[in-house]
Write a protein that binds this ligand. Structure first.
Ligand code: NAP
Length: 320
């Protein structure tokens, strides 16, 4: 089969298409014929060698994907060849024509959800669900700021938040990104590249502050976030690309909370809850992953450049 291979960490062009043996399922495993692979920022951190999680070399990138079950290993009862599924973690990588997965890490994909959309479910929606409902847990009516709402996690958070009765403010730096944020459940959209936009956010809340902030770029925003939280408010740090200095008094005076989260440390029982909820949301069409760009597998290097560029618009996926 064809797969992207990385022989050494480095710039995007270390990802090259190669011919590799087809994977075979062992006990408790399935092989998925990948119809689309999701590109996540974490794939770029791992590829560049900058991520704490080290992988053996050579390796095939990709955590997310969607396709059909190609074969099942011994003891696998729930899956049959040909069934549609999305992948939430792969043993051999998803930037490939086939991917070996533990059966427990593969979930049903309804007919009305395309494979490209399915490739945008796991990391974005599991992260948004985890941050909103397992780390912050706001109540219906609460104001939530999705700080970086135009990308994979942000769009998922807008859809989930709106469905749960939250008042959602989403930010994006482009006009089309802000339109997308509004189309996907946000009540208000603000421009995080514009001076003074945090005052605009505070004004939307009538000066009360927001109950929850889902933060995609904490190294830039955490200090300012603390200043627009409501009393007992919570920031969930989802993304950060460096260090930050904050004024702790803003947290103290509000009895505020800062929570971190990482999908890497997600306990199995919480993951099971998340994927049950996501399956229901896909089924009843509350959750509608937005695919902004589809590229052929061999253009993986371009996809890694694009996912790190400003002007996010939903998900980028690779099509084998
Ligand atoms: P993405 O699709 O590339 O989207 C990035 C988002 O960040 C876009 O909405 C972008 O907006 C926004 N952004 C850019 N500059 C910003 C700023 N100054 N303030 C606020 N937002 C800003 O990435 P993603 O998949 O949504 O992931 C978002 C972040 O979370 C990434 O850093 C990723 O590594 C991290 N993440 C962490 C976990 C975890 O387990 N903790 C899981 C998934 C993702 P514009 O492009 O419109 O400017």
């Amino acid at each position: 089969m064809k797969a992207i291979q990385v022989k050494e960490p480095g710039a995007p062009d270390v990802m090259r298409i190669a011919e590799v043996p087809d994977p075979r399922p062992g006990p408790g495993q399935v092989v998925v014929r990948v119809r689309a692979a999701g590109v996540n920022p974490v794939d770029t951190y791992i590829r560049s060698g900058a991520y704490p999680l080290k992988v053996g070399l050579p390796y095939t990138p990709g955590i997310d994907g969607a396709g059909e079950i190609a074969s099942v290993g011994e003891g696998v009862k729930v899956w049959k060849t040909g069934q549609r599924c999305y992948i939430a973690g792969s043993l051999t990588g998803t930037y490939a024509e086939m991917s070996l997965c533990m059966a427990a890490n593969v979930h049903p994909l309804p007919e009305h959800v395309s494979f490209s959309q399915g490739a945008g479910v796991n990391v974005p929606y599991a992260t948004a669900y985890r941050a909103l409902f397992q780390r912050a847990n706001p109540r219906p009516g609460d104001m939530v700021l999705v700080h970086g709402a135009s990308g994979g996690v942000g769009i998922a958070a807008c859809q989930l938040g709106r469905a749960a009765g939250l008042r959602v403010i989403g930010t994006a730096s482009s006009e089309r990104g802000r339109r997308l944020v509004l189309e996907n459940g946000a009540h208000y959209a603000a421009d995080h590249a514009k001076a003074g936009y945090m005052t605009e956010v505070l004004n939307i809340t009538g000066g009360e502050g927001v109950a929850v902030i889902l933060e995609m770029l904490a190294n830039v925003n955490l200090d300012h976030d603390a200043a627009i939280l409501a009393r007992n408010g919570t920031v969930v740090v989802i993304g950060s690309r460096g260090r930050v200095e904050i004024d702790p008094r803003n947290l103290m005076s509000r009895d505020a909370n800062v929570h971190g989260m990482s999908l890497l440390s997600l306990p199995e029982e919480d993951a099971a809850v998340i994927h049950s909820a996501l399956a229901a949301g896909l089924e009843n069409r509350t959750l509608r992953p937005v695919v902004g760009q589809e590229l052929p597998l061999e253009r993986a290097p371009e996809s890694h450049q694009a996912v790190m560029r400003p002007g996010a618009y939903g998900k980028i996926v690779l099509v084998p």
